[in-house]
Design a protein around this ligand. Sequence first.
Ligand code: GLV
Length: 319
Amino acid sequence: MSRVVVTGRVPEIAIEKLRAEHEVDAWDGPESISRAELLRRVAGADAVVSLLTERIDAELLEAAGPQLKVVANVAVGYDNIDVPACTERGIVAANTPGVLTDATADIALSLILMATRRLGEGERLIRSGQAWKWGMFFLLGSSLQGKTLGVVGMGGIGQATARRAKAFGMEIVYQSRSEIDPGIAAELGARRADLDELLAVSDVVSLHCPYGPATHHLIGAEQLAAMKSSAYLVNTARGPIVDEAALASALREGRIAGAGLDVYEHEPRVHPELLELENVTLVPHLGSATVETRTAMAMLAADNALAVLSGEQPPAPIN
Ligand code: GLV
């Protein structure tokens, strides 16, 4: 029997699955676990099932000890994990790709619709109690049909977002490290472009790339300036891919039409200027937040941990 530390609350069914084979120490406090408590609890762990809110770095791996075999993140993004530090110590790192693709693409499409149709503005107006009535020019937004979606990062979530956007009548261009399956590109009518071209031709730019040193502030003042003044930016990937201060200026000065954000540069803090602007839709990192998706993510993370603990290859290794 091994010792598994779960760093935050996850669906009980995943805890039961782990508990059927191992001793499980799962943090279930109402707040995120403190760093000090986390470092104390991981001591002697054979597996750590981590949430994206916890930083899994060399300090934590040292605190866990040399018996630690696997870090299983309950997320597809793993910028909270120092993967080279895991690899150096022979620790398997794993994530949860696939199971949250549709849920996240649904939120991307929701943000595209909310931003282009000004739904947040409309909702705030009604809730404020202000008088309103139907008007020919009242809260006019922008149609999607015939417009171009630029997908930055054409992995599973980017493709799923493109598929939805195509159903809304959009043309797809994408920027990606590698060419995608030609069958999928043909099905989506998607054309590959470099970032400069994508920014120049897109009516909506949706970010779906992983976050790391190569994508830090990938969208900054210069890239925002390269977008059409009628275009929208949507981010469901990771906050620091966008320079939030530059985005706030571009939105305030009308240099782009609007934005929809699910993730933030200094999460959970939101840049104070964004809070003042009407032309940005702000939702609190809900990309994978459905009961079904979170359950599937927790079960996949449990399967990753269980596989490594029994000496097998995990279903979704990172390193
Ligand atoms: C959520 O943000 C994830 O990476 O799974």
